[in-house]
Design a protein. Sequence first.
Length: 261
Amino acid sequence: MKRKNKTQSSLLYEKQLFLFYMKKNILSVKFIICLILVLIPIFPIFDVFEYRIINNQRDLDLLIFWQGFIRPSNMLLMFSAVIIAADIVSGEFSNKSAMIIYATESRYKILTIKSLTLIISMFILVLIYFSAFFIMVFIKTNLLVSIHVYVMGFLIVFIEVILYSSLTFMVLALTRSIALSFIFPFFYISISPLLDGFELGLLSFNSYTFRVINFFESLLYYETIDLNAITIFCLIIFFGLSLLIILLTFYIFNQQDIRID
């Protein structure tokens, strides 16, 4: 009976902590501002309707959605992912409550809750971003983006957003510095498109993203599969790097001394 009560108490605490972090993220001013910012790049896409009539499903899927919406990197969306992810770990250390929180439950459990909160927050951000595009396209064309194309595009952008937010999460967890959690991801996002020009494509997540986009574009629109060693490697890095970063963050953070000076 005591063990059952202890388990119920622990689950209640986890639920309350999860809801606390969710409310803190979703209802925060920074989330609302980021949401507004990510919607701004959508509007220039619709300039194409001023000189081109889209009455064909393939043109809508390929030209408007895939090449006009998915292929260009929305830098504001990536920066917003960093802003929202920031302070998710370091907040307790800035207000000196870390010792209480991490003494109550295991670090793995706390980081798991925070990771889940972060992933859900990013999902909501990207969902609203895609929904705004979906609705505006329907208003303009009376056509809907094909579901399978829409889902694949959503998945690619979501994975990209998760990568940059998990990178921020790692910097926060390892350094507990809000300044570094902004500077490092912002710097990487800014220089990532330039790394290919310096023959440093292996260090650029942008290069992996574009290869993945090209692979699925060929698969979805031209029904061809260009599956070579380089493509497989890019697919593994693109879909697996975020998980690797989170696992590494869990491991290193668990080894740290969290005492506040």
